[in-house]
Write a protein that binds this ligand. Structure first.
Ligand SMILES: [Zn+2]
Length: 315
């Protein structure tokens, strides 16, 4: 059912179940509309059951969003481009993961989905990687990324953007998959674009991590205008398998190394959320970044729980 700016989703995207239980409502920051959060009783997927229409959804990702004036103040990517330190840890963590999973070659074909203003692409280029592509929904951000990095950046979404026939060794998606309207179409496209042995790495909130469980409906990741889906390791594994992706099983050494990468990402994400968010929330994140850097970074990583989410690999 669609009324004006919103529509109701009555079927689970993952398992097609229709038994959905509402567990919270929230008023959206930029629209003033009321959004309902639901959970599928069959598979456990959490998502926005009363959400913006596709057109209104797309309109969120204008220039102001990338300047931190949209529904998520943490996405002040233009400010972060001027302050490279804020995302350095995140980029180093992702590049570290690429090395752990695919080795040291700088020729790897890498695609960054939702590349925003190109922070990761620039870091990869600075490390000497030569075969870089991005895809970005926002024309403003895509242009910015193209000019800043020289990478091959397509404007559009992953399903329709012109990405050529060559397959990728690595596809990354940093804080992207929670924005998807239809994950069941996204993951098969990821598989199609990966070369055999290619890996899908990403970060997103873990809806069954300790942080999410402790805060319940007050988990700050709940941004109903733009974050439409909230995953657990089980739901992601199911999405992967259905798309023909295997879950990557690391060795003990790889697991330890991946956790170290995750620590760098955690600290960096706390830093940039602290720098972007006004008020109390920003203060908490700024304090968190300072404290974890000194004493409890691993604890913060485990508390957030992003490290428990599975990585995908194409057979
Ligand atoms: Zn379901």
């Amino acid at each position: 059912m669609t009324t004006g700016a919103q529509e109701t989703v009555d079927t689970c995207d993952l398992c097609h179940g229709k038994d959905l239980v509402a567990f919270a409502t929230q008023v959206g920051k930029t629209t003033g509309l009321t959004f309902t959060f639901v959970q599928c009783t069959s598979c456990g997927l959490k998502f926005i059951g009363r959400r913006l229409t596709a057109e209104r959804n797309l309109a969120l990702y204008d220039e102001s969003y990338f300047r931190g004036a949209g529904f998520d103040a943490a996405v002040n990517y233009v400010m972060m481009e001027d302050n490279g330190d804020l995302r350095r840890g995140e980029n180093e963590g992702i590049i570290g993961k690429i090395r752990v999973l695919k080795g040291e070659s700088l020729e790897l074909r890498i695609l960054d989905v939702g590349c925003g203003t190109g922070s990761l692409l620039r870091a990869l280029r600075d490390h000497g990687y030569t075969n870089l592509s991005g895809v970005e929904l926002s024309a403003f951000a895509a242009n910015f990324a193209r000019q800043a990095t020289g990478a091959n950046v397509a404007t559009g979404d992953l399903l329709s953007a012109p990405l050529g026939a060559a397959r990728f060794a690595v596809i990354n998606a940093t804080e992207v998959i929670e924005h998807l309207r239809e994950p069941s179409a996204f993951f098969p496209r990821v598989r199609e674009l990966l070369a055999p042995g290619g890996v899908f790495i990403y970060s997103t909130g873990n809806a069954s991590g300790p942080y999410a469980r402790l805060l319940g409906p007050r988990w700050p990741y709940f941004h109903p205008e733009g974050h439409l889906v909230y995953y657990r390791p089980e739901t992601l594994t199911r999405y992967f398998r259905r798309a023909g992706l295997d879950v990557f099983v690391p060795t003990r050494e790889q697991r330890a190394e991946l956790l170290r990468c995750e620590d760098a990402i955690t600290n960096s994400q706390l830093l940039y959320m602290g720098a972007s968010e006004p008020g109390t929330k920003g203060t908490v994140f700024r304090l968190g970044a300072r404290v974890t850097k000194r004493v409890g970074l691993r604890a913060a990583t485990l508390f957030q729980g992003k490290c428990f989410l599975p990585l995908g690999v194409r057979r």
